[in-house]
Write a protein of this length. Structure first.
Length: 215
């Protein structure tokens, strides 16, 4: 299965903190999971995440006992014998992702093409993760072209839209907004695009609200 379940509050174990284990640990942490990374060494991203409390990192080799109570395991140590020992200790109902063998586990992580204001992922049949990565690498520039914004611009737009939706919901107006046509107007509005690119947040929010409200 693909990682499309709500993992908020799940106890998750990530064995290994190389590039693959690091990316998956951070994705789980961002999704609200309680993530424990076990690895003698870790990437700078994992060290930083651990220092800020986004996840826990134990700088030591993994032990089968680490799997106790975990609902999801990511096995990415780079040592098949270590991954197998930990997998054998997992609860029968736990989901297991094997980074070295996509077809061996029962959970797969789709390749991420974009992860800023929006998340665009690519999933392909089991056993061909390289195809997902190949497609993801080519989708990222297409998203830049489609929106006319870079990653920072997309983050700003997404944040402003979330704010406006929350404010309109409080005011009782959100159900009456045609978000599809409003967003179409917004993304094609040259004034809004310029405000976003130059980081003029307050003005961009006012212009975005006007675009969403236009009939």
């Amino acid at each position: 299965m693909q990682l499309d379940v709500d993992v908020r509050g799940w106890r998750c174990l990530v064995v290994g903190a190389g590039p693959v284990g690091s990316r998956r640990a951070l994705r789980l942490a961002d999704a609200g999971a309680d993530v424990h990374v076990v690895a003698p060494e870790a990437t700078d991203a994992i060290r930083l995440a651990a220092s800020t409390g986004r996840l826990r990192w134990s700088p030591r080799p993994a032990d089968p006992s680490d799997a106790e109570g975990c609902r999801l395991l990511v096995l990415a140590s780079g040592r098949p014998e270590v991954d197998s020992r930990v997998a054998e200790a997992a609860a029968p109902e736990a989901l297991v992702n094997r980074a070295a063998d996509a077809g061996a586990g029962d959970l797969r992580f789709p390749a991420v093409a974009v992860d800023d204001g929006v998340v665009v992922t690519v999933a392909t049949p089991a056993g061909v993760p390289a195809l997902s990565v190949w497609l993801a690498d080519r989708l990222a520039p297409a998203v830049d072209s489609a929106t006319g914004l870079d990653a920072d611009g997309r983050r700003l737009v997404a944040g402003l839209l979330a704010e406006l939706r929350a404010e309109l919901s409080v005011a009782g107006a959100a159900p009456g907004v045609d978000w599809r046509s409003g967003l179409q107007r917004s993304m094609l509005d040259p004034v809004l695009s310029d405000l976003i690119r130059t980081g003029r947040r307050a003005e961009a929010k006012e212009r975005l609200q006007a675009c969403l409200s236009s009939s």
